[in-house]
Design a protein around this ligand. Structure first.
Ligand code: PAF
Length: 284
């Protein structure tokens, strides 16, 4: 497995690979790798000839009051995990190389970034779409793999790729969960023992919403209330949002009469958690 830090070296590598024409699978990450990331790498390994992982804590996608400074940086452990997952190349650029002092371009996906995460983290998606565009340009993959846990991010990136006619297929992979349902996330390591126990409420709330739908509840508002009821029993939690949405436009549904995605976000102390699940009418 190779580790490349320099943009120039990566470009030389990509140019050389171009002549051999291998199918390249790409997993962009911010490191602090967990089973969720590894599942993306394994899927890429199965479907592609070469697997590239990027590890880059992207400052542009953190707001001024967010956790950029304390975001876990665990390169040695990440490197080992990538090697074990059969990754061929880690791209591990430095901030000054991806964003030199002269940097002044942003990529903005307008509508899909207005609601939910975009409302609470106003500069977040612009940071994500800018870095993902740069990474896709540099790595030149055929397929790029994203976890469903960040569902809005996945939808935004699909739109970006379509709008900019980027020659890459975006693949959504299932959320990997702990045994008690908590979606795996690099930020789970911030949770203390009591907070960790409480964190399962997010998945339980989303599951309650899904159950309401399969039980025949059709009102978006009632389904939302169903999800929030569980959380409101815990005053230590603060809810950012729970919603039932159209799975492609992410617009809230007043009536659920087709497939829907249930999105939720809450805070436990200083830790912010997001998750989502799909609900199909008539499905258990
Ligand atoms: O999902 C993430 O880890 C990040 O948002 C991504 C896609 C690597 C961009 O920095």
């Amino acid at each position: 497995m190779r580790v490349i830090q320099s943009l120039r070296r990566l470009q030389v590598w990509r140019c050389r690979m171009g002549q051999q024409n291998p199918r390249i699978g790409f997993v962009p990450t911010m490191g602090a790798l967990h089973e969720g990331h590894l599942s993306l790498m394994r899927r890429a390994r199965k479907e592609c000839d070469l697997v590239v992982v990027s590890i880059f804590v992207n400052p542009l996608q953190f707001g001024p009051a967010e956790d950029l400074g304390r975001y876990p940086r665990t390169f040695q452990a990440d490197r080992k995990a990538c090697e074990q997952a059969g990754v061929d190349l880690i791209f591990f650029p430095q901030v000054k190389d991806l964003y030199p002092s002269t940097f002044q371009t942003s990529v903005v996906v307008k509508q899909l970034t207005q609601r939910w995460e975009g409302e609470i983290r106003p500069t977040h998606f612009q940071g994500v779409t800018t870095v993902v565009t740069k990474l896709l340009n540099l790595v030149g993959p055929h397929r790029a793999y994203f976890g469903q846990k960040d569902y809005q991010q996945y939808i935004v990136i699909k739109q970006l790729v379509e709008d900019l006619s980027l020659p890459v297929t975006i693949i959504r992979c299932p959320t990997v969960r702990e045994a008690d349902g908590l979606a795996m996330s690099s930020r789970n390591r911030y949770l203390g023992a009591t907070e960790r126990e409480l964190a399962t409420v997010l998945y339980r709330a989303l599951s309650a919403g899904k159950k309401a739908i399969t039980d025949g509840v059709r009102s978006g508002k009632k389904i939302q209330q169903n999800m929030m009821r569980l959380c409101k029993k815990h005053p230590e939690l603060s809810i950012d949002y729970f919603t039932v949405c159209h799975p492609l436009t992410l617009e809230p549904l007043t009536r659920v009469d087709r497939e829907a995605v249930l999105l939720g976000a809450l805070r436990i102390g200083k830790v912010r958690l997001i998750d989502n699940i799909f609900a199909f009418l008539g499905s258990a």
